[in-house]
Design a binder for this molecule. Structure first.
Ligand code: BG6
Length: 478
């Protein structure tokens, strides 16, 4: 069987987000963020995708799974010890902005929040695990959403700058790898989480959405510059949701449509954050949608100066497109759209499984940007069964991961510069899109269920041992 050569120092590990693991949503003076008002269950996806959300908590109507999540806030030592046992070299996590600035617009940070992450970083350091920190992972302070209108408001840039300077300064000796906004392009389909607002009518979305994006790009560039200034050996990246777009057939109109979907969804944000400028495709797009970005003097220079060091991206699936499509053809469960691909199988949630697509993505991104890449999310959401003897035999997850790791090995042979792999949900947690616990990604099972019950006990799945072998042999034994 073919073996693969991963570079020395390859950052093998797992990925999480504060709001999906921590719980303790009221503890340590934390303020409310957007994830705290998202209910659990299938209703959640409706709310994320559709306008009219009121940003309130309705205890009488819904459960809020993020409030306790898997209680990493109190159990981080136990969890980090398990990551260390698997051999993790890196752990991707996010800082909840509202633990540091509970409302987002304070002048002084919250010491309890700062101290919490310090303890987490110290614990990781104890085992030689590098933290890879997402600064904003769908966790905008609710106060900024309600009082300022989210990222539509240019004032938010200054609040974000204060937040980033605070954490860079405090953790300068503890964190080398950073990323600014999680899946920044996802706000094109789900503006609530990333941009902090929802729009009532489809036709009204263009100007505010792209203006808000401009503010985020400026904020990201300022953060990159500050990070380099405060932590000279740091590496700071962007984070993109990447799904290569295949044309349904060779009809030139469909091929062109697939290309344009990539130019918009896959490359719009990366181009600004990596190349430091808006692409020519976007300039035409703005014109055609009557979008006039308000910019201040110096914004364009800032974007250039604040180009990122690497491209972090999530990869779960590819997307197949055709210009005219019917609802029946739609690829179910895939929040980024597309139609069903007859050559691919799908997960229990309808996400199409395509390891070759990861090799394609790595090649496309590297060809376009020639900067180091980092796969910071990838994994299989599945139902797991605890057998009578307590074992969890998740061979389907192992198969999925093995094929994706092989695809990375092939891409490395293709010449792609790849820094690491942090698979998503190394420990079971709340699903971002559905708020379920039963959609599990972990190597570590957590006894927590959709109705909120469970002991929170952690158990090692079969995939735990598989990943341990993969890491120990630096990807040779898969
Ligand atoms: C990514 C997000 O889109 O996918 C994560 O960055 C999320 O926050 C992950 O959890 C998997 O999605 P889901 O909806 O299955 O949890």
């Amino acid at each position: 069987m073919k073996t693969y050569q991963f570079p020395q120092g390859f950052l093998w590990g797992g990925a999480t987000a504060a709001n999906q693991i921590e719980g303790g949503f009221h503890e340590g003076n934390k303020g409310l963020n957007i994830a705290d008002v998202l209910p659990g269950g299938k209703e959640r996806l409706n709310i994320l995708m559709n306008p009219g959300f009121d940003f309130e908590i309705h205890h009488d109507q819904y459960d809020y799974p993020n409030h306790e999540a898997i209680d990493f806030y109190h159990r981080y030592k136990e969890d980090i010890a398990l990551f260390a046992e698997m051999g993790f070299k890196a752990f991707r996590m996010s800082i909840a902005w509202t633990r540091i600035f509970p409302n987002g617009d304070e002048v002084e940070p919250n010491e309890e929040g700062l101290a919490f992450y310090e303890r987490v970083f110290d614990e990781l350091q104890k085992y030689g695990i590098e933290p890879v920190v997402t600064i904003s992972h769908y966790e905008m302070p609710l106060h900024l959403v309600k009082e300022y209108g989210g990222w539509r408001n240019r004032q938010v840039i200054a609040f974000f700058e204060r937040y980033t300077r605070t954490i860079f300064t405090r953790y300068q000796k503890k964190v080398k790898y950073w990323m600014t906004f999680n899946e920044i392009n996802s706000s094109l389909v789900m503006p609530i989480q990333g941009l902090g607002f929802s729009i009532q009518k489809e036709e009204d979305k263009y100007q505010p959405t792209f203006q808000a994006y401009h503010h985020q790009f400026v904020a990201s560039a300022i953060a990159v510059k500050a990070c380099h200034e405060i932590i000279p050996n740091s590496k700071i990246g962007c984070m993109i949701l990447y799904a290569p777009v295949y044309s349904f057939d060779s009809h030139p109109e469909n091929v062109l449509y697939a290309l344009q979907e990539e130019q918009l969804f896959n490359y719009y944000c990366g181009d600004v954050q990596v190349r430091g400028e808006y692409s020519s495709f976007m300039k035409r797009y703005f014109k055609e949608h009557n979008i006039e970005l308000e910019m201040q003097d110096g914004d364009l220079e800032l974007l250039k100066e604040g180009a990122v060091d690497y491209i972090g991206f999530s990869y779960y699936m590819s997307r197949t497109e055709k210009k005219e499509k019917s609802d029946e053809e739609a690829s179910q469960g895939n929040i980024i759209g597309g139609i069903r691909n007859p050559f691919l199988k799908a997960s229990d949630w309808g996400w199409e499984i395509d390891p070759v697509g990861l090799r394609i993505s790595l090649n496309k991104l590297y060809d376009r940007y020639q900067k180091p890449l980092f796969v910071v999310e990838n994994g299989l959401g599945a139902y797991d069964k605890v057998e009578e003897d307590g074992r969890i035999q998740d061979d389907y997850r192992i198969d999925y991961l093995r094929e994706h790791v092989k695809a990375m090995g092939e891409a490395i042979e293709d010449g792609v510069e790849l820094m690491g792999y942090t698979s998503w949900g190394c420990i079971d947690m709340v699903s971002m899109s559905t708020g379920e616990f039963s959609k599990r990604y972990g190597y570590i099972y957590v006894d927590k269920h959709d109705d909120g019950s469970g002991t929170l006990e952690r158990k090692k799945k079969k995939s735990f041992y598989w990943y341990q072998d993969a890491i120990t042999t630096n990807g040779e034994k898969l």
